[in-house]
Design a protein around this ligand. Structure first.
Ligand code: SAH
Ligand code: SF4
Length: 398
């Protein structure tokens, strides 16, 4: 069996004490859960507020529930958080948490503060079945989908750490979410969608869909559904403007080539000037950064309300590329801008703690130079396994 099919086969272990987690349930499931232990339906609404608006993790805090009700719930249920295996803070204020799930698997979330707002970069899978050649996450062998609970809990942990309970109306330092951490969210669509519905619920965490961006490498058959059902902002990892180059650096392009990807994006349900598609474009020296590429990019996206986020490549141990020269990134940006598209260059954040885009791999330290050669060999073996065409066709979404 190829590695790609692992994503659907690993299920997180139930809790050793048999208690069930209330986090990650839909409203309907929460209702069923309270009724299953003999409580009245309105308790579900109370619990929802305590859990998602006030951030309570202990039933004893829930003072408008009668004591026997609290005691009963504490016997059968928990309000879980993953444990924090490691916490790192960059010199620029970026915060990275390595979170340990119930089965011992680890994922990373990154908080990027700005002056009066902040973005949390959330993971959707442990590792990733895909193997984009510039991405550290793609070199991880072990892959499983995160559950809705594990996705929501990343946001709740960040809220705990920022002290943002009850859900503040204004001035939030966790104001935006980007699904740009580890994993391909559209290969774990059901759980991601469930998690985002919980996060968007106005009586709970209450982060609006306008402040949530889902980034995909281009899982074409899921794009329309995602737009119609969730209406989040969409970001697309484009990274190359010809199939030749995109096939080489993003193997998913062999399955869903540019023509199909662009057709799906042109049909993306919420397309208006107010809700532009973000094209992400990692700048790889000598690979995709010529001015001909910039003109190709402009041609490719013609007619789509869009902005182009240029991401200077962030290297990682054993990575095969170099970051484009700054002058070249600026010249590239100018061509895109002249064609009428905003083309901001994303300042790398949290590089000193390997928290920048594409550097996440449940790791915190740079290995010694001597380890890098061994790392290259390990990576080559993983690519050979994961790029097996049979493995790719077995990926979770289909
Ligand atoms: N799997 C999804 C979301 C996670 S990646 C996707 O691929 O879109 C978040 C963004 O970081 C993507 O645009 C990805 O292509 C980019 N990225 C990956 N590795 C990078 C690197 N080493 N340097 C800069 N950006 C990188
Ligand atoms: Fe997976 Fe996205 Fe990294 Fe590609 S860029 S390997 S899709 S996480």
């Amino acid at each position: 069996m190829g590695a790609a099919s692992h994503a659907s086969n690993f299920a997180p272990a139930p809790r050793a004490d048999g208690r069930r987690n209330l986090v990650g349930l839909s409203r309907d499931e929460m209702l069923e859960e309270v009724q299953s232990v003999g409580l009245e339906p309105f308790r579900a609404k109370q619990l929802w507020k305590w859990i998602y608006n006030r951030g309570a993790t202990d039933f004893a805090q829930m003072t408008d529930l009668a004591k026997p009700v609290r005691e009963k719930l504490a016997e059968t249920h928990v309000v879980a958080r993953p444990s924090i295996s490691r916490e790192q803070r960059s010199t620029d204020g970026t915060h990275k948490w390595l979170l340990k799930m119930n089965d011992g698997r680890e994922v990373e979330s990154v908080h990027i503060p700005e002056e009066d707002r902040g973005t949390l970069c959330v993971s959707s899978q442990v590792g990733c079945t895909l193997t984009c050649r510039f991405c550290h996450t793609g070199t991880q062998r072990l892959v499983r989908n995160l559950t809705a609970a594990e996705i929501v809990e990343q946001i709740m942990v960040a809220r705990d750490m920022l002290g943002e309970w009850p859900s503040p109306q204004d001035g939030r330092m966790l104001s935006n979410i980007v699904l740009m951490g580890m994993g391909e969210p559209l290969y774990n669509y059901e759980e991601v969608a469930k998690a985002m519905r919980i996060v968007m619920d106005g009586e709970g965490i209450a982060i609006s869909k306008r402040r949530i961006t889902l980034s995909t490498s281009g899982v074409v058959p899921m794009i329309e559904r995602c737009g119609a059902e969730l209406g989040l902002n969409l970001a697309v990892s484009l990274h190359a403007v010809t199939d030749d180059i995109r096939n080489e650096i993003m193997p998913i392009n062999r399955k869903y080539p540019l023509k199909d990807l662009m057709a799906a994006l042109r049909a993306y349900p919420t397309l208006t000037n107010a809700r532009r598609i973000t094209f992400e474009y990692v700048m790889l020296k000598g690979i995709n950064d010529s001015l001909a590429d910039a003109r190709g990019l402009v041609n490719l996206i013609k007619g789509i309300p869009a902005k182009v986020n240029l991401i200077p490549f962030n290297p990682w141990p054993g990575s095969p590329y170099e970051r484009s020269d700054w002058d070249q990134i600026e010249r590239f940006a100018q061509v895109v801008l002249n064609a009428g598209y905003a083309s901001p260059i994303r300042t790398p954040r949290g590089e000193d703690i390997l928290a920048a885009c594409g550097q996440l791999k449940s790791a915190s330290q740079r290995p010694s130079a001597a380890d890098v050669r061994a790392e290259r060999e390990r990576i080559a073996a993983i690519y050979a396994e994961k790029d097996d065409p049979e493995a790719v066709s077995a990926t979770a979404a289909e």
